[in-house]
Design a protein around this ligand. Structure first.
Ligand code: GLY
Length: 576
């Protein structure tokens, strides 16, 4: 129904004032971070306190979880430039209040001029520098198409969702100590890949509390606000992107941008101990890996083994090893390669994969191949839930920190280096050490295989959990362990995010693990034959867990939600 003009005008004036009040407080100072909280109306968890606050304010202003997720994602493109983006891509899994599920693929695509051996040198060796840095590493961005794909389920005017991001870009925001350190660390790269001034470089070192102002990005966001997706994929923005890339030998053309579409997919859905797990299908490996790992451990009654005991870790790692061996052979963009999804998730197949599991010993990866079936990690996650039962789980990325480090000249946004997620050459590891073959070889227009794993868990059809994390190939294993920690060990979201994570991806044949496991546990793992490699941090997991009433049903009307933002970074949450 159309509103009379006068009322419409009054409503707009009120909305503008509300926005100004909220925006002034964003620019005044960095809120948070808040790591844990319990809410009854809605909550947003993400990598930045600004992003969480903006999303929560949208919920308070009558937006649903989709509105909040879009506003947060746009805010992260400004305040979390190392991974939040409009020049990258990602995946969304969501459930609306009617119980309908959506899986939206806005992954980057290979440019039309891309070809299989484009990263091989004259000796046939893979030149990973080219696939990881600079203009040749850039895939055709999908983020903006994704945002407008999600917007179909939102309810507020689009300008309300994007204005906070525009203001933060135009007026600046105060950076944290970690952000200052990161910008300083990448200064040389920014200078190397951009022969023009960019907002991320200043003469002196960045300090905590400095204002990062991005006027060119603000202007680009305004074009998106006023022209929709065409403000990015056509006209001046598209022209600037193509000129920036081709000036240094890149291959993205206007046709690549104009032809980009976000693609709805059928989500991966499976049962684990009476819970329905819903996650992302190929071109991400995340959902299938999760289904495989959970399917392999399901018969083992892991809850009877101690939490983070050597026995439990051993079983989980062997499931991880076998699933990742399948990833290397069978997973790729389903529009180009027939991924045997059903077969890879089949219970008999998964039981057979664990037949050679030895409870006393590690199985060497040299003895594990893909099964026979017929037929740096910078990314960021947003988890949102509202009191209507809308759940949104989005993982988005530029791939490496600040992606290719190329900033589009005059348009102020960073471009991804997602082409490195393809298999540049069979058996040659990418930046995450992942290997691949034909399934994930480069082809024009194809989407590179991802590990992103935005996930929802339902119990008896009711909301139970929203979960996801960054971390390259470690993403599915972190989500796997988080779900097991909560479902099988009864941990709270805070305990699950804090728990040390461990990761095995078949090759290299080692467990990557965080500090924090008792020495007795790591000693046992070494005795079983595992090589251990301690790493600084695995993932940054964001979790929303719904309160359960007797009988396992979330309480109708007022649905309590316990949320946790990961302790490993500036991650934060906000709700009411
Ligand atoms: N770029 C990391 C991933 O998609 O898995």
């Amino acid at each position: 129904m159309l509103m009379p003009k006068k009322i419409h005008h009054c409503v707009n004036v009120i909305l503008v004032w509300i926005s100004i009040i909220f925006i002034s407080s964003y620019v005044a100072g960095q809120p948070g971070p808040v790591k844990n909280g319990h809410f009854e109306n809605g909550v947003v968890v993400c990598a930045s306190a600004y992003g969480a606050q903006i999303g929560a304010d949208i919920l308070k202003q009558g937006g649903n979880a989709y509105d909040a997720a879009i506003a947060t994602q746009l805010a992260l493109a400004v305040v979390y430039p190392q991974a939040g983006n409009i020049g990258g891509g990602g995946f969304m899994v969501a459930r609306n209040a009617k119980g309908q599920i959506q899986a939206l693929d806005f992954r980057e695509r290979a440019p039309l001029k891309a070809f299989r051996d484009m990263y091989l040198d004259s000796n046939g060796a893979a030149d990973l520098h080219k696939s990881q840095d600079g203009v040749l590493s850039v895939g055709v961005p999908g983020a903006v198409a994704g945002i407008f794909g999600m917007y179909k389920y939102a309810r507020l005017p689009f300008e309300k969702l994007i204005n906070p991001a525009i203001e933060l870009a135009a007026k600046g925001f105060k950076i944290t100590a970690a952000e200052a350190a990161l910008l300083n660390r990448f200064k040389k790269d920014f200078e190397r890949y951009n022969d023009y001034p960019v907002a991320f470089v200043k003469k002196t070192d960045w300090q905590q509390g400095d204002l990062l102002i991005q006027p060119e990005l603000a202007a680009t966001l305004k074009k998106i606000r006023d022209q929709g997706a065409s403000g990015f994929y056509q006209g001046e923005t598209a022209q600037s992107l193509v000129e920036t890339v081709t000036a240094s030998g890149g291959i993205i053309g206007l046709k690549d941008l104009d032809g980009y579409q976000a693609t709805p997919r059928t989500p991966v859905s499976f049962d684990y101990h009476g819970y329905q797990i819903i996650s992302f299908p190929p071109p991400s490996s995340g959902g299938l890996l999760l289904a495989q790992m959970m399917g392999m451990i399901a018969p083992f009654n892991i809850d009877t083994m101690g939490f983070l005991s050597a026995k439990a870790i051993h079983i989980m790692v062997e499931a991880e090893r076998r699933a990742y061996a399948d990833r290397a052979k069978y997973m790729g963009d389903p529009d180009y390669f027939q991924v045997p999804e059903k077969e890879l998730m089949n219970q008999h197949y998964l039981a057979a994969r664990m037949k050679d599991f030895n409870p006393q010993k590690a199985t060497p990866s040299s003895a594990v191949n893909a099964g026979n079936v017929y037929e740096h990690n910078e990314t960021t996650h947003i988890a949102v839930a509202d009191n209507q039962g809308n759940l949104v789980s989005i993982t988005t990325t530029l791939n490496g920190n600040f992606g290719s480090r190329v900033v589009v000249k005059g348009a102020g946004f960073l471009l991804n280096d997602e082409m490195d997620d393809f298999s540049a050459k069979p058996g040659v590891p990418n930046m995450f050490g992942a290997v691949g073959g034909v399934a994930n070889q480069i082809e024009p227009g194809k989407r590179m295989l991802s590990s992103m794993c935005p996930t929802l868990v339902l119990k008896k059809g009711q909301p139970y959990m929203v979960v996801g994390t960054p971390g390259g190939t470690t993403i599915p294993t972190s989500v796997f362990q988080t779900i097991v920690d909560i479902i099988d060990y009864g941990k709270t979201p805070g305990q699950a995010t804090e728990a040390p994570k461990f990761h095995h991806q078949w090759l290299p044949d080692q467990i990557m693990l965080e500090d924090g496991l008792p020495v007795a546990v790591t000693d046992s793992l070494v005795q079983m034959g595992y090589a251990l490699k301690t790493v600084n941090g695995i993932g940054r997991t964001e979790i929303i867990l719904f309160d359960q009433k007797a009988g396992g049903k979330a309480s109708p009307g007022k649905i309590g939600m316990q949320a946790a933002a990961d302790i490993r970074g500036d991650d934060s949450l906000a709700g009411y």
